[in-house]
Design a protein around this ligand. Structure first.
Ligand SMILES: Cc1cc2nc3c(=O)[nH]c(=O)nc-3n(C[C@H](O)[C@H](O)[C@H](O)COP(=O)(O)OP(=O)(O)OC[C@H]3O[C@@H](n4cnc5c(N)ncnc54)[C@H](O)[C@@H]3O)c2cc1C
Length: 418
């Protein structure tokens, strides 16, 4: 097990010794025949689940099974925005738990997740949009979230690069900002949780695809994998865009559709943008990475798909919107473009809780915005797996809300994704 503490003195010592003494950040153990808990999916949510199982609940016989490499799914493909400015109380509670956990995460994991609370600004491009922004801000303040409504002049002071010309295609009428929002380094979040979970005895098994479910009398007793069968006391299914396909193998349907969601980066430039800017009207949002690249995110492709590419019309419409918002970005070259397969639930909120198969628990449906939720998603799923009961923060997100009608329609409520 890894018991190597990262510190300034270690960096100094290893530097003097030619960096030959670093231990691997996590082991590559063979798959055992049985675990108390198996987590399917080595993204941020799966790894955080394993970490909190071991750390908070003392459950050490845990495996995370990842069909590719950890963080190779959406957790390593997103635009890294963190925020908790949600409209409905249940959403605000769980996303703010995540943000509070993020604020402690580097120290907790002994791994720098590079959280940068540089503020997240959401723009309103018409009087009507500004009124809706005021409504959202009022709801968020009631939810206890730190947001501020800003007028046009205040936004100009915050982000002077935006297009304030009188004939701008998307005039800026105002907006709102969450100053605790910002970005974190996505790979570091995955690797930090992996390293910390491994140090507590969790087996992270990569290249191990779950291909089937062994169900006895309605109860899940084990899984079939590419590396052989494995028995499990309880199983967490945390596979994002593949949730629908895997649920079908377990014999039930989920109210989820999988879409490609794309992002892109520009060539690196000197620091010009010190906050995250979102424009729901154009669908574009942008931040500047520490490397200097502009990280640009788009909306969903318009049809369900498992292609991790993203289509050209979406790329074009996002870049057109961005060029209108920031005229000075027009001359920049695009460096890379990619997409991930996101799992969108019918009400755009996550699904957390028991599945129709006893012993199988779900954490999915985070869609376009689950990176910011990783610490909380892992925390509440660990609670479920260890106790068999909902954490109070996950209860509203149970699958049964699609039977009772108690939906949490955040897309309609807050009007923004990611
Ligand atoms: C382009 C893009 C931009 C985004 N931007 C943001 C953002 O700015 N902020 C934000 O909060 N969220 C954002 N998101 C959403 C966010 O990335 C996801 O909601 C989050 O990463 C989901 O984490 P996860 O651990 O559930 O899934 P993943 O990281 O996708 O992990 C699931 C894992 O399960 C594995 N798997 C699948 N099937 C199997 C199987 N049968 N057996 C074993 N393993 C399997 C996959 O290989 C994968 O590694 C964005 C997503 C994309 C694609």
């Amino acid at each position: 097990m890894t018991a190597f503490r990262y510190s300034f003195l270690q960096v100094l010592r290893q530097g003097l010794e030619g960096h030959r003494g670093w231990a691997p950040a996590w082991r590559s153990p063979p798959l055992q025949k049985r675990y108390d808990v198996v987590v399917i999916g080595g993204g941020g949510h799966g790894l955080a689940t394993a970490y909190y199982l071991a750390k908070v609940h003392g459950v050490r016989s845990v495996a995370v099974l990842e069909r590719g490499w950890i963080g190779g799914g959406n957790s390593g493909r997103n635009t890294t925005i963190v925020r908790s400015n949600y409209f409905f109380p249940a959403s605000a509670r769980i996303y703010d738990l995540a943000l509070r956990l993020y604020e402690q995460l580097s120290a907790e994991l002994n791994y720098n997740v590079m959280l940068s609370q540089r503020g997240l600004l959401t723009l309103a491009h018409s009087d009507h949009a500004f009124e809706l922004a005021a409504r959202s801000v009022n709801a968020m303040l009631i939810n206890g979230i730190d947001v501020e409504l800003l007028d046009r002049a205040q936004i100009q002071a915050e982000v002077p690069l935006l297009n304030f010309a009188p004939d701008a295609r998307f005039p800026i009428h105002g907006g709102y900002i969450q100053r605790r929002g910002g970005i974190a380094r996505h790979d570091a979040v995955v690797w930090g949780y992996a390293r910390a979970a491994d140090a507590l005895g969790v087996d992270i098994v990569q290249g191990c695809e779950v291909t089937g479910f062994r169900i006895d009398n309605g109860r899940l007793v084990g899984l079939d994998t590419g590396q052989g069968p494995v028995a499990a006391g309880a199983v967490g299914m945390v596979v994002a865009g593949h949730s629908g396909a895997l649920a079908a193998k377990a014999g039930f349907r989920l109210p989820i559709l999988s879409y490609a969601l794309q992002a892109m980066v520009s060539e690196p430039i000197k620091p010009v943008l010190d906050t995250v800017v979102m424009s729901p009207t154009t669908g574009a949002y942008v931040s500047q990475s520490d490397k200097g690249e502009l990280v640009i995110g788009a909306g969903l492709d318009l049809y369900p798909s498992y292609a991790q590419r993203g289509n050209l019309p979406s790329t074009q419409s996002i870049l057109a919107g961005l060029a209108e918002l920031f005229p000075s970005f027009r001359r920049l070259k695009l460096l890379r473009q990619w997409a991930g397969t996101v799992d969108v639930a019918w009400d755009y909120s996550p699904i957390i809780g028991p599945s129709p198969v006893e012993g199988l628990y779900l954490n999915c449906g985070w869609g376009t915005g689950g990176f910011k939720a990783i610490p909380a998603g892992g925390y509440v799923l660990a609670h479920l797996l260890a106790t068999g009961r909902h954490h109070e923060f996950s209860a509203p997100f149970d699958l049964r809300r699609f039977e009772t009608g108690a939906l949490i329609d955040e897309a309609a409520g807050a009007g923004i994704a990611h």
